[in-house]
Write a protein that binds this ligand. Structure first.
Ligand SMILES: [Zn+2]
Length: 238
């Protein structure tokens, strides 16, 4: 192998590793506004639930939130919204916020601009048809974004909302609801946006952890708000 070829391969390898890392960062994207937490001293926290709505699980999480009398934010996929429009109605009736989590939940890397626009706009249409109040913040599937998606979002002046706390990223925590809730309660800060998944059977430990997460954070003096409400406490404002 020629030195030049080898040099090229090394650059390519490190370049793609860097691009992958960049695409996965929850607190940075190349274009457009992104919020991963809010700088505030007010003891406010936004719980966010990704994916769904799925039957059974949606009712279950709504019941937990109602029992604790708190509001949360749901990032829903268009495909599931289309299948279960009545679940959107239940979420809205309970006063929660909903956002756009794409239509088919594919990684939005190396996709065409048309694909990206369709995924987002189709889901917007379903949210609108269901009477969900705007704005629809966007959360990329798997948190992945690199060039074209952020470009589209910035052109559309759409806010990307990620998180500063994703306790399910730690495998050992997902096996034990008590550990998952203890960790989350301990790590959350004023202005935190917490990412949780409860819509599938594979996430039943998270569902079990949610009541203790809420109670533990209430004990620490926190109050739960939707992402939109939390943003009102952002110093720069959105
Ligand atoms: Zn997701």
């Amino acid at each position: 192998m020629q030195i030049r070829t080898m040099f090229f391969l090394v650059v390519l390898l490190f370049g793609s590793a860097a691009a992958w890392r960049l695409s996965s960062m929850s607190d940075f994207q190349l274009f457009g506004a992104l919020v991963h937490r809010v700088d505030t001293e007010s003891p406010l926290i936004a719980l966010t639930f990704d994916d769904g709505p799925t039957p059974g699980k949606t009712e279950q999480i709504l019941q937990i939130l109602a029992a604790e009398q708190i509001q949360a934010t749901f990032f829903l996929t268009g495909r599931e919204l289309e299948q279960h429009p009545q679940l959107l109605q239940k979420i809205l009736a309970a006063g929660h916020q909903v956002g756009n989590h794409s239509y088919s939940h594919q990684r939005m890397l190396f996709k065409t601009p048309d694909f990206i626009a369709e995924e987002i706009e189709k889901t917007d249409g379903l949210l609108k048809a269901g009477g969900a109040p705007e704005p629809y913040f966007f959360r990329p599937p798997y948190g992945k974004k690199l060039l074209l998606l952020p470009w589209y979002l910035s052109e559309q002046k759409r806010l990307t909302v990620t998180w500063d706390l994703a306790p399910e990223n730690y495998n050992q925590l997902t096996k034990d609801p008590a550990k998952l809730s203890a960790f989350t309660v301990q790590q959350a800060k004023a202005g935190s946006i917490i990412l949780l998944h409860v819509m599938y059977d594979s996430r039943s430990n998270t569902m079990k952890a949610v009541p203790d997460i809420i109670r533990g954070l209430k004990q620490r003096g926190f109050r739960f708000v939707t992402v939109q409400e939390l943003l009102r406490h952002q110093p720069v404002g959105y």
